[in-house]
Write a protein that binds this ligand. Structure first.
Ligand SMILES: [Zn+2]
Length: 703
């Protein structure tokens, strides 16, 4: 103990605030009881054996520990917040009182943090240390969700989503920021949080502790990753139960001999086989499963080791994936399911889910790849069927089976009294491949870029523009644009006269007029879904493992909000998929392969300029936005570039996703008798099977 530390201890002793000399790792299990309403699995005396890796980290809270900065980059479920905040804060209040500042990304998270602290205060039986003027339910100062005063005249401040300015008014020697990457994304001030936190604790001198906790997000902008790199980058090593060598738990990697190791699993009918989830040791290549006792023993025999030597001994950093989570559930099996959803074996990687897997489970930052699309190859997918025809037989010949749904989607453009609706009708087959049936426009509005292009082709645009009939979005008038729409949706396909299965209409503009039309055709017996693109923010919650949510119902009206960024990711993969010849010499199309009708010189449709070029109008970029925060977004390559048929294909893709969920749900009135009460996993394969069986049961042929 240094002279200074001894002096500090003496001062604190003289204030009579130190009851005994236990460090946090000793104090917490002695005092903390976990209430059954906090955790059924863990209720009773707190026991480090569930999360032994948190012992070393939590002990830095000891006032005699020289550590001042602690960065923990973590996956979900590892118990980091529980140890450092829910138990750490009561320890500080009782054993080494000081002003404490907690920072969360938003009010809701701040409320949860304080709830956890309150459970800790009661679980450690130290409520009496809170200033006696108030109880926890009181809103008067002393003991509230925003702040608490406790013995010795100290205070706990709880911030959630406030601006930096609000925080400037307080000083604290203990500062804990939870989910710092989310705080950064939420804040316009961005990275200056780190400096702010340092400033708030400046007066605390050697008693200062600043703790950063977070799951990481994007590699280029992750604060927790930056802080992890700044420290000594500790990794938790556990003994392999087969060979006894110390290993870091990893997900499916390859060693120098190109052999797989880490967590591996087998798949049957695209589902993870539960008892196949296992760990293959990278040292001895033997395998073991995640059983409660084995994992507990392994974790308790583990230790932290820095992977880099640092001069600055006051800054320690840790990384901890969810693979280490306490063995109270089938963690590895759950993670294998997440992984299989994000990156189905033999299938296409779902970028959004994959990012969530990397961030929340592996506890690592995610590096997105930019995407630029080339639509020229899509033109090669023109097939031998006519525009306006639904190719029922071709789909069977291609090995894609029956046509399951026929969807129509449209996008509203132009002006209220000079409109243009761009639409596409798409058939989706049993195997998932699609056949575009028709794509075109109602109305005559000519966008400026289109005018320029036509002029270059020698068209007298001025003359055409003055002679054309303009169509309005108003209903029930002579030149209403919706008349042409109604004629189109009245068409049927094939000898069984199939109608459109689902229609989606973008009601983002001319909303009231569009909604009136939606109601009108709903009354005609069609399934019509009004949709709008929405900010991706409302869909992402990185603190959950389950993400990738594609649509939501808006708070007002029956409008569906689409996470278009995620659907664009999916569609971009379909554009790049290629057909192949199988062992039997038969052409095969991968799921979601896109087919188009043959070119017809008499119709100005499906040309490169007026159709296929729309598919390459956007690219995916990592974009710096306000506050220097990176976002991973699709955007137009140039302003004014035409992308309507790309948009309507996104809406048709949504239709397939929506129908899948509807058909597989128990509320589907058309569910075949055999499946009425069964829970069916929502995927296209199942949806197609259910529709086929319902068509047989109800004697309604699909073609
Ligand atoms: Zn081994």
């Amino acid at each position: 103990m240094s002279q200074l530390e001894i002096t500090v201890k003496k001062i604190l002793d003289s204030l009579n605030v130190i009851s005994d000399d236990l460090n946090p790792v000793e104090w917490i299990p002695k005092h903390r009881t976990i209430q059954p309403y906090v955790s059924i699995n863990m209720s009773g005396k707190f026991d480090w054996s569930n999360t032994p890796y948190m012992k070393e980290i939590t002990n830095h809270l000891d006032q005699y520990s020289p550590t001042q900065y602690i960065a923990l980059m973590k996956g979900v479920r590892v118990g980091g917040t529980f140890a450092l905040v829910h138990n750490g804060v009561p320890y500080i209040m009782s054993e080494r009182p000081a002003n404490i500042m907690l920072i969360s990304a938003n009010k809701e998270l701040a409320r949860k943090t304080m709830q956890g602290v309150d459970h800790g205060i009661d679980g450690c039986k130290i409520r009496h240390l809170m200033t006696k003027s108030s109880g926890v339910k009181s809103n008067s100062s002393g003991d509230t969700m925003e702040s608490k005063s406790f013995a010795g005249g100290y205070e706990l401040f709880n911030f959630g989503g406030q601006s930096i300015d609000n925080m400037r008014q307080v000083t604290a020697s203990i500062i804990i920021a939870d989910e710092i990457d989310a705080i950064k994304e939420k804040s316009k001030e961005g990275g200056s949080f780190i400096k702010l936190m340092g400033d708030r604790a400046k007066d605390a001198g050697l008693l200062k502790k600043i703790i950063y906790l977070s799951s990481p997000r994007l590699l280029d902008s992750s604060l927790i990753y930056e802080l992890f790199l700044e420290g000594d980058q500790r990794v938790y090593y556990v003994p392999c139960p087969k060979c006894g060598e110390y290993i870091e738990l990893v997900w499916n990697e390859r060693n120098e001999n190109n052999t797989r190791y880490g967590i591996i699993f087998d798949v049957k009918n695209s589902e993870v086989i539960k008892n196949s989830v296992r760990y293959r040791c990278g040292k001895c290549e033997n395998e073991f499963a995640e059983t409660k006792q084995l994992k507990k023993d392994m974790l308790n025999a583990g230790y932290w080791k820095p992977t880099i030597e640092r001069e600055n001994k006051t800054f320690v950093s840790y990384r901890l994936s969810a693979l280490y989570a306490p063995p109270t559930m089938d963690n590895w099996y759950d993670f294998a399911i997440e992984y299989q959803k994000a990156f189905p074996r033999g299938g296409i990687k779902d970028d959004s889910r994959y990012q969530s897997f990397v961030n929340s489970i592996l506890g690592m930052p995610f590096k997105p790849e930019g995407i630029t699309l080339k639509s020229t190859r899509l033109q090669e997918n023109r097939r031998e069927y006519k525009i306006g025809e639904c190719p029922f037989e071709l789909s069977k010949k291609d090995g894609n089976g029956e046509i399951i749904i026929i969807s129509m989607a449209c996008d509203l453009n132009g002006w209220e009294d000079d409109g243009r609706i761009d639409y596409e009708i798409v058939a989706k087959s049993e195997k998932g491949a699609t056949y575009s049936i028709d794509a075109g426009s109602f109305g005559t509005f000519i966008p400026k870029v289109e005018k320029t292009a036509l002029e270059r082709e020698g068209v007298n645009v001025a003359k055409e523009d003055s002679e054309r009939i303009k169509y309005t979005y108003k209903l029930g008038v002579e030149n209403s644009i919706w008349k042409q729409f109604e004629e189109k949706i009245a068409l049927t396909y094939g000898k069984s006269e199939r109608k459109l299965t689902i229609i989606t209409i973008d009601v983002g503009v001319y909303k009231d007029l569009a909604i009136s039309f939606v109601k009108r055709i709903k009354n005609m017996g069609y399934t019509v879904i009004p949709i709008m693109g929405a900010d991706e923010e409302i869909f992402t919650q990185q603190n959950k493992t389950e993400t990738g949510s594609i649509y939501q119902i808006a708070k007002v009206g029956d409008i569906y909000l689409l996470n278009v960024n995620v659907i664009k990711d999916k569609l971009s993969k379909y554009i790049n998929s290629e057909s192949y010849i199988d062992e039997a010499g038969q052409m095969q199309q991968p799921p979601n392969f896109m087919n188009f009708p043959e070119y017809d010189s008499k119709q100005n449709k499906y040309t490169y300029r007026n159709y296929f070029a729309h598919y390459e109008a956007e690219h995916k970029l990592v974009k710096k936005t306000e506050g220097g925060i990176d976002r991973y977004l699709w955007e137009k390559k140039r302003p004014g570039i035409q992308n309507h048929f790309w948009d309507v294909r996104i809406y048709n893709e949504f239709s397939a996703i929506f129908m899948t969920d509807l058909i597989c749900s128990n509320s589907n009135p058309y569910k075949a008798r055999n499946y009425k009460t069964q829970k069916i996993t929502a995927n296209w394969e199942n949806a197609a099977r259910l529709i086929k069986e319902a068509s047989i049961e109800n004697n309604v042929p699909l073609s």
